[in-house]
Design a protein around this ligand. Structure first.
Ligand SMILES: [Cu+2]
Length: 169
């Protein structure tokens, strides 16, 4: 840290502006008052790293069906083991909308950014878009994902038990 200014009530914008501003101020302890400085456009980089590119599937693409019928809502198979570099194509079969969501609480912090980037179509962090129509698909690459067990679920049907676990070897 080279900037020790105190921003009262204006938050990170002024902190950021001053950090990139007058070099004479960088070592001073003072109150940030100058709100006329040019806006700082540098994105905030999360502690876990910057934006991550999708890592393409290099191995086998497995298929998991997303099903909702008289027997209930489920992924078929619900538990699947893949090798590093493999991917899973989740195919909408019936009873949608379905999606594929990994819980941040059960996904290691150092995996989240890459796994999030590896979901083909998203509606949120670690959460795929909803699929309504038969044969619609969501693809998740497990390239660049360390070995481990990764629980996932379908957001609309989680309470109905539509969930599974991907084990990456
Ligand atoms: Cu579902």
């Amino acid at each position: 840290m080279r900037f020790y200014g105190i921003a009262l009530g204006v938050g990170a914008m002024v902190l950021g502006a001053c950090a990139g501003g007058d070099p004479a101020n960088t070592d001073t302890v003072g109150i940030a008052m100058d709100t006329t400085a040019a806006p700082v456009t540098t994105p905030v980089v999360p502690a876990t790293g910057g934006p991550v590119a999708m890592a393409a599937i290099t191995g086998t693409t497995h298929e998991v069906k997303m099903v909702g019928d008289a027997k209930g809502y489920r992924f078929e198979p619900a538990n699947i083991t893949v090798k590093a570099g493999d991917g899973i194509k989740f195919t909408m079969v019936s009873g949608g909308p379905h999606n594929v969501a990994f819980d941040p609480a059960t996904t290691p912090a150092d995996v989240q950014a890459q796994l999030d980037a590896n979901i083909s179509e998203k509606m949120g962090m670690l959460s795929s878009a909803m699929k309504m129509n038969p044969n619609d698909t969501i693809t998740v690459s497990f390239a660049g994902i360390k070995p481990g067990a990764y629980p996932f679920n379908c957001t609309p049907h989680l309470a109905l038990g539509m969930k599974g676990v991907v084990t990456v070897q």
